[in-house]
Design a protein around this ligand. Structure first.
Ligand code: PGA
Length: 235
């Protein structure tokens, strides 16, 4: 795992966008793993700007998002379907048929998880996975646990995560209690990983990531086993 401190959020966003852009340029048919939340917003804005400058072509790119709340209507203002459309997909030439996000309204969420995994496997796995990190060290919605989680599953969000995400909803009670998320083992199968962290609230999780033990109580610490993981962070 390599770590790089950015001077500020703009610098972090540009550096992360360069890493993603390099992946698309090197392999226009690449499979990208995407994340949501506050941190990636600037990264997606940089990618949109590179696309508008004629530097990037998304037409053959495939994407898989890490997670989605459950239950949530894909049309809901805070669904990750809406987020991805508004921050990236509606502004670049990606084929919507090549973008995959778990269905927050699946009648049978367990079979949705199995289907999501099958689609990911069918696409050949992820070339580059973008991640944020929760202040409790979660990646995707893999919350601190006694074992590292495996593959796509339905999880219950911790109160800390629901409180952290309440800022995006009209009131905290609106934050869904569950989510569908790729598991840690699945994330680790990505051929490259780019974790981005912005803000002082992430400092303690980052310190543990850099210097603490590899421990499922800090799910991100699994990345220390990965041979191609880059962390870009700033205050
Ligand atoms: P963020 O958090 O909204 O601060 O980017 C990311 C995460 O909790 O995974």
């Amino acid at each position: 795992m390599t770590a790089l401190k950015a001077t500020d959020y703009k610098n972090l966003s540009m550096r992360a966008a360069i890493v993603i852009a390099a992946q698309i340029l090197a392999n226009p048919r690449c499979v990208l793993g995407f994340a949501t939340g506050g941190t990636p917003e600037g990264i997606y804005a940089e990618l949109v700007s590179m696309y508008k400058d004629g530097l990037l072509d998304f037409s053959r790119v495939t994407t898989f998002n890490l997670d989605e709340y459950y239950p949530i209507d894909p049309a809901h203002g805070q669904s990750y379907h809406r987020y991805m459309r508004e921050k990236l997909f509606d502004h670049v030439n990606i084929n919507p048929g090549n973008t995959f996000i778990p269905n927050g309204l699946a009648a049978d969420p367990e079979s949705e998880c199995r289907e999501y995994e099958a689609k990911l496997k069918g696409a050949g796995g992820i070339d580059l996975q973008l991640l944020g990190i929760g202040r409790n060290g979660h990646i995707g919605f893999n919350e601190p646990h006694c074992v590292f989680s495996g593959f796509t599953g339905v999880v219950t969000l911790t109160e800390d995560t629901r409180a952290a995400n309440a800022r995006f909803f009209s009131d905290a009670g609106q934050v869904p209690a569950q989510a569908i998320t790729m598991g840690v083992e699945q994330i680790m199968r990505s051929r490259a990983i780019l974790l981005c962290a912005h803000g002082k609230s992430k400092q303690s999780a980052l310190e543990k990531l850099f210097t603490g033990p590899i421990d499922p109580r800090l799910p991100a610490s699994a990345l220390r086993f990965h041979n191609n993981a880059l962390v870009i962070y700033c205050d």
